[in-house]
Design a protein around this ligand. Structure first.
Ligand code: ZN
Length: 267
């Protein structure tokens, strides 16, 4: 569905739609700043179902299954500020540069998203202005404020991945995603690998790049913050029990990392 003349943000999100940003613990004192680009799977009312049957809108192509529960509990346990985005990555992917072809995907895994085909330039801009821009502007402003207040800030970007992608089974339980930061990722890898029976991916199932990612390169690397993404396999966090277990594990590990970083004077 093309939005004719939808350069005006108000045409994409109306009063019945919730704002794109969800936050927990905005006053949290932890050095960790948590982000969650694929937290939700809402679709602005005016876009209907993007031409997809209900079954597709709950799959991993629409959002990061299970991560919302992990992120909320982790934020509480760490006392860390969480900034999350509520709309589906099928509307606009908040971890892609807006210039990337996958920013508003026409195909995801093997599913064609007919509501994303043939979009007018204004319709593309409306999605960016209503969802992508406010989310990333807010992260920017929060980082600005923390730096101004000289508060240590370590960016952790939370994601989950499907256990099987395009027929390929993924063996990892959890993975780190990073590119240029040499401080946080090795500590995370070491402590995750110290957990019994975990298969830990080092930049698996994905690595970060400037072409395919946004949050880590723009808010982590370009701002000079220590940073890493964490990817958890979705079948492990499909239920509240699994989400709680993973939140607890990550809170414990990030707590240990905070102590190590303090000892090195890095936070
Ligand atoms: Zn994700």
């Amino acid at each position: 569905m093309a939005l004719e003349g939808a350069g005006d943000t108000s045409l994409l999100l109306d009063q019945a739609d919730v704002p794109p940003i969800h936050e927990d613990n905005a006053a949290g004192q932890s050095p960790f700043l948590l982000t969650c680009d694929h937290y939700g799977r809402l679709i602005p009312r005016v876009l209907g179902d993007l031409g997809l049957p209900p079954g597709e809108l709950t799959r991993h192509i629409a959002w990061d299954i299970g991560i919302a529960g992990v992120a909320g509990t982790l934020s509480r346990q760490l006392g860390a500020h969480l900034i999350a985005q509520r709309y589906s990555r099928l509307v606009i992917d908040c971890n892609r540069p807006p210039t990337a072809p996958s920013s508003i995907p026409r195909i995801s895994e093997a599913t064609t998203i007919s509501g994303n085909e043939g979009l007018a330039r204004d319709a593309v801009l409306a999605r960016r202005r209503a969802i992508f821009d406010p989310y990333h502007r807010h992260i920017d402003e929060v980082i600005d404020a923390r730096l101004r207040e000289q508060r240590p800030t370590v960016l952790v970007s939370l994601h989950s991945f499907t256990p099987v992608y395009a027929g390929i089974v993924r063996p990892w339980h959890v993975g780190t995603l990073y590119h240029r930061d040499t401080r946080l990722p090795p500590l995370l890898l070491k402590l995750l690998r110290g957990e019994a029976e975990l298969v830990v991916g080092d930049n698996e199932p994905y690595a970060v790049s400037d072409e395919t990612d946004y949050t880590i390169p723009v808010h982590g690397e370009a701002r000079g913050l220590m940073n890493s993404g964490i990817e958890i396999r979705q079948d492990l966090i499909a239920t509240p029990v699994g989400q709680g277990e993973w939140a607890e594990r990550l809170a414990r590990i990030l707590g240990e990392i905070e102590i190590m970083l303090r000892a090195q004077g890095l936070v």
